[in-house]
Structures are given as structure tokens and as C-alpha cells.
Design a protein around this ligand. Structure first.
Ligand code: 13P
Length: 256
């Protein structure tokens, strides 16, 4: 059975004090590793080190929200894979809809980042998802196929073993409108089929596919209870332990 991954994407939120306090609360909730549920937090770059300190000795994993694909050098403002590793990151989120639609990242740029991160030994959470107008136009699966094909270009089966997919319909991000469990399951099933045809059924069956988009305490269990939903990538609700912990608890309950 695939493990659950419950990941908090803090986006451009928190400060040093509140980020460290939140990390310490998460560390207390996930003190020891559990077989079925991994907890991950992804703070902004400047807080990676103090958050890593606060997580020390716990089972909470650390991730970043983006990375640049070049090796260290003259790239003002950019952060390299080696630097994230040096700060204690195991994961990096790539292809998030805000990077795609606010910062204008293309599938080609995302793919370069994916390959650089994997080369450098980071696990990748590759985000894909359609806009509302694409869903309404019946284009959801086509958009997902294009983003998967672009993001995973030239990624071998062996390397892809370090990838987690996150399905985040753009219309559900930060809007309070969540995909129904059926909508999520249908997209996840489609993604798994895509993975089967690109790689193979064994590999596809092992890959974690997270759902993201207005995940909250009251919808977590029904979303995570879908057979192809292997966790959640949580934005707003990950900024307070009181709203994030119930999502972790929902995964723990389903795992039992
Ligand atoms: P919200 O949970 O705030 O909708 O954000 C989802 C998201 O974008 C996580 O990466």
C-alpha cells in the first residue's frame, strides 16, 4: 500500500518567529516516524535553517518551494539544489500553479528544475493542474497530459522513483472551492494511467499522487479516502497547527 504524504506549503507566509513556532508544533505532533504517514513542511527560503533546527529529532521532513536548475554561480537571486541539500531539505515543490501562472514558468523550465533536483538527490513534488476555463472546456485531461509530458521529459523510471505528483486544480487553490472527492479521484486515476503508459503498471502503482486545493480538516478524510489519493499538499490550512494537524489525523485514521 502507498504511504500518505501530508505536506504543508507555507508559500510566502510566516516570519522567523512564527515559522519556527509552527515547525516546533509540527515536530511535537510527528515525533517519531510512522509507517503510513509522512509529514512535510515547506517554509520560505530564509526560514529553512531555523525550521530545520526546530524539526531536529522529529520525523517531519523539510522541503523548499522552488529551486533553480543551474549549479552555483552567477545567478543573482537564485538558489541551487546543493544549497537546499545543505539546509537539510529532502524535498522541493516544482511546477506549482503560482510559479506557472504568476511567475510564468513553462513546462520546459520546470523540467530543467525537475532534472536538476533529481540529479542532486532531492525528492520532487511535481504539481500539475488545470485552470477553471480549461476544466469547463473539457480540457482537464489534455492539460494534465501536457504538463506531465513536459515536466517528466527525459526522466528515467529510476529517477522518477523520487517524484511525487500533486494534482492541484488551479480553481481550487486558495479559493475555498475544493474539488469533490469524485473529481479528485477521476483526475488522479487519469494521472496514474498516464504513468502506466509512460513507465509501467508496477511503477505507476507505487507513485504517490497528492491532492491540493483548499484541503481542510472537514474535507481531508473524504479526499484522502479515495483510492488514488495518497496525501495532500496543503496551503492555507498548513499555516496553523490547529488546522493542519486534523489533516494529518485524517491520514492516520485512514491508514489504520
Ligand atoms: P490552499 O490549500 O490554500 O488552497 O493551497 C493549495 C496549494 O496551492 C498547495 O500547494
Amino acid at each position: 500500500m502507498r504511504k500518505f504524504l501530508v505536506a504543508g506549503n507555507w508559500k510566502m507566509n510566516t516570519n522567523r518567529q512564527s515559522g519556527v513556532a509552527l515547525a516546533a508544533e509540527m515536530a511535537a505532533v510527528a515525533k517519531t516516524g510512522e509507517p503510513g504517514v509522512e509529514v512535510l513542511v515547506c517554509p520560505p527560503y530564509p526560514y529553512l535553517l531555523p525550521v530545520a533546527d526546530a524539526l531536529k529529532g522529529s520525523a517531519v521532513s523539510l522541503g523548499a518551494q522552488d529551486v533553480y536548475f543551474e549549479a552555483p554561480g552567477a545567478f543573482t537571486g537564485a538558489v541551487a539544489v546543493e544549497m537546499l541539500k545543505d539546509c537539510g531539505c529532502q524535498y522541493v515543490i516544482l511546477g506549482h500553479s503560482e510559479r506557472r501562472h504568476v511567475m510564468g514558468e513553462t513546462d520546459e523550465v520546470i523540467n530543467r528544475k525537475v532534472r536538476a533536483a533529481l540529479r542532486g538527490g532531492l525528492k520532487v513534488i511535481l504539481c500539475v493542474g488545470e485552470l477553471l476555463k480549461e476544466r469547463e472546456g473539457g480540457l482537464t485531461e489534455k492539460v494534465l497530459d501536457t504538463q506531465m509530458q513536459g515536466g517528466l521529459a527525459d526522466v528515467s523510471e529510476q529517477d522518477a522513483g523520487q517524484i511525487v505528483i500533486a494534482y492541484e486544480p488551479v480553481w481550487a487553490i486558495g479559493t475555498g472551492v475544493t474539488a469533490t472527492p469524485e473529481q479528485a479521484e477521476s483526475a488522479h486515476e487519469h494521472l496514474r494511467k498516464w504513468l502506466t503508459s509512460r513507465y509501467n503498471a508496477t511503477f505507476s502503482g507505487q507513485m504517490q499522487i497528492l491532492y491540493g486545493g483548499s484541503v481542510k480538516a472537514d474535507n481531508a478524510e473524504s479526499l484522502l479516502g479515495q483510492s488514488n489519493v495518497d496525501g495532500a499538499l496543503v496551503g492555507g490550512a498548513s499555516l496553523k497547527a490547529a488546522s493542519f494537524v486534523p489533516i494529518i489525523e485524517a491520514a492516520r485514521k485512514l491508514w489504520k
